[in-house]
Design a binder for this molecule. Structure first.
Ligand code: DGY
Length: 327
């Protein structure tokens, strides 16, 4: 039986599949393994099921030459040095598709909560400040008829666009690859990023984190946005320059921000962003539903086991590794 490492407790749906086919070394703690603990956990393993909190570098892979697959429990895989894995013949897998709708739904939850100031309303009641109905109390922004700018028009961005139809929104999209058929079908129009930022009332982010998208939204870009605009980050924290965003929210350059992800992540509770009334931060939970996390666990396990069986996994990031093995 092969031996596989699992770097955190994942839903039973995935663990069961792994246990049926492999010896499972499970990291049982709530916090991720330290680099030293990770090295120990991976020792002698044929495969690893990893999380976005595990840095899988060339050094980590060099220590375990027997490792054939790193199967990430996420659609994003910026925690894995893919070129290093490819050079070493290690397959890298991810979990696309199964979390698309759930993440798009949550993007809307963030957008609506920020637009209609729901967290502030809840605090208002909890703090005993609700004394009467007020004509100007906690006024928010309308979604209906507003302009939504979607940055990253892949699977999740498109699902976000689909949901905008219910609010009669004008939808703008930015992506380095422009799929005009998809845009037409969803009633979206591609715009250069600067124009999208200038024209949108709400901007949602869905790009993968790469060297090109790191700090894609910085002081200059925030400065282009409308003073009442709301930014929603459902991608990765480093896509937004945290210092620039903090300044923009403090100075009223933009109206508000809602973030599922932060840089650093987790963001310390005493960071100025956390206590700003116009910043809504939640702990990277956009894909966190029971059914979606079960599907992610199954997919990550199936990807991993397929590689170990010498089969093509359903979702591989670097297929050239398999092609090379077959030659
Ligand atoms: C992902 O899959 O990349 C999310 O960030 C976690 O579900």
């Amino acid at each position: 039986m092969p031996t596989v490492a699992v770097t955190r407790v994942i839903p039973e749906a995935g663990l069961r599949l792994l246990r049926e086919a492999a010896e499972v070394k499970l990291w049982p703690e709530e916090l991720p393994p330290s680099p030293a603990d990770l090295a120990e956990l991976l020792q002698g393993c044929d495969g690893a099921l990893t999380l976005l909190t595990d840095a899988i570098t060339g050094d980590v892979l060099d220590r375990e030459p027997g490792l054939k697959v790193v199967s990430n429990f996420a659609v994003g895989y910026d925690n894995v040095d893919v070129p290093a894995a490819t050079t070493r013949g290690v397959a890298v897998c991810n979990t696309p598709g199964v979390l698309t709708e759930t993440t798009a739904d949550f993007t809307w939850a963030l957008l609506m909560a920020a637009a209609r100031r729901i967290p502030e309303g809840r605090d208002y009641v909890r703090e005993g400040r609700w004394l009467t109905w007020g004509p100007t109390l906690l006024l928010g922004r309308d979604l209906t008829g507003a302009t939504l700018g979607i940055v990253g028009f892949g699977r999740i961005g498109r699902e976000v666009a689909k949901r905008a139809a219910g609010f009669d929104m004008r939808v703008l999209a930015y992506d380095t690859y422009e799929d005009h058929d998809a845009a037409r079908e969803l009633g979206a129009t591609f715009r250069p990023l600067d124009d999208l930022l200038r024209e949108s009332d709400f901007v949602t982010l869905h790009v993968a984190l790469t060297p090109e998208t790191e700090k894609l939204i910085g002081a200059r870009e925030l400065g282009l946005m409308k003073p009442e605009a709301i930014l929603v980050n459902a991608a990765r924290g480093p896509v937004v320059d945290t210092d620039a965003l903090t300044a923009a929210l403090r100075d009223g350059t933009i109206g508000g921000a809602a973030m599922d992800v932060t840089d650093p992540e987790p963001i310390p509770a005493d960071h100025p962003l956390v206590s700003m009334p116009n910043a809504l931060i939640v702990p990277h939970m956009a894909s966190a539903t029971v059914a979606t996390r079960d599907r992610m666990a199954e997919m990550a396990a199936n990807n991993l086991l397929a590689v170990l069986r010498g089969e093509r996994p359903p979702h591989i990031v670097n297929p050239e590794v398999l092609e090379r093995r077959q030659r």
